[in-house]
Design a protein around this ligand. Structure first.
Ligand code: DC
Length: 228
């Protein structure tokens, strides 16, 4: 717990741009807890599919979003999420959730609830938060804001490998790329808090960079007093 003002590193970017790997590494180096905001949208999507069977009706999604209960705890360098006392794990990473998450994330009530949760997490102390609207809507005032990007091919290949390694799915590179581009389109064109490069963010294209190089670029751009 922290009673001084939390320091926040905000990282946005499309799927597969490397946000998670980079956030975990930078967070571990500095002692900032890693926060995966996309997992909260995935929890909302999971609950909508469970209770509604689909995600076609924004009013029903809004009603579900008001009911979803999530508990938060700090564990192993991250803020973890508990639904009914358990971490949902890989059920949040299925192609079905991938397909429906962007639609659920367009609903304002969903975004408001997740944004409130994220802001409450500052009670845990310093955070490195990754998502799509962290630099623009959730923590726009923080001095440490980054936008990660990479070519669609590089992003699809990273996601495909991850799905195979975790035993979640075995889709072709083309299928993964199509699903990722479909989500990018919805995430960037939605009415509320779309994914975009905010003025003043540090943009990093990770297509041809190693993870170490991206981590170093982020570290170099942080306020000097945060690294002591
Ligand atoms: O990062 P991810 O793939 O786990 O995100 C899942 C979905 O949630 C994705 O379609 C975009 C959405 N999202 C969002 O709208 N805002 C965020 N801050 C994080 C994720």
């Amino acid at each position: 717990m922290s009673n001084k003002q939390s320091r926040i590193i905000a990282i946005d970017g499309p799927s597969g741009s490397g946000k998670s790997s980079v956030s975990k590494r930078v967070g571990a180096a500095l002692g900032f807890l890693h926060v995966d905001s996309g997992a909260l949208y995935r929890i909302m999507t999971w609950q909508c599919l469970k209770l509604l069977g689909d995600t076609s009706n924004p009013e029903e999604i809004e009603a579900v979003s008001r009911k979803v209960q999530v508990d938060f705890a700090a564990k192993d360098g991250a803020v973890i999420y508990l639904v009914d006392g358990e971490e949902p794990g890989n059920v949040l990473r299925t192609p079905e959730i991938n397909r429906h998450a962007s639609a659920v994330a367009t609903v304002k009530a969903v975004r408001d609830r997740v944004t409130a949760w994220l802001r409450e997490m500052t009670r845990f102390g310093d955070l490195i938060v990754e998502g799509r609207d962290i630099t623009t809507a959730v923590f726009p005032e923080t001095p440490a804001r980054f936008y990660l990007e990479a070519s669609a091919e590089a992003r699809a290949e990273r996601r495909r490998k991850e799905e195979v390694e975790k035993g979640i799915a075995n889709q072709s590179a083309e299928e993964v790329k199509a699903s990722l581009l479909a989500r990018d389109k919805i995430d960037s064109s939605r009415k509320y808090a779309p994914l975009k490069k905010a003025d003043g963010v540090t943009v990093i294209d990770s297509t041809y960079l190693t993870l170490d190089q991206v981590v170093q670029t982020v570290m170099d751009a942080l306020p000097a007093e945060w690294k002591r």
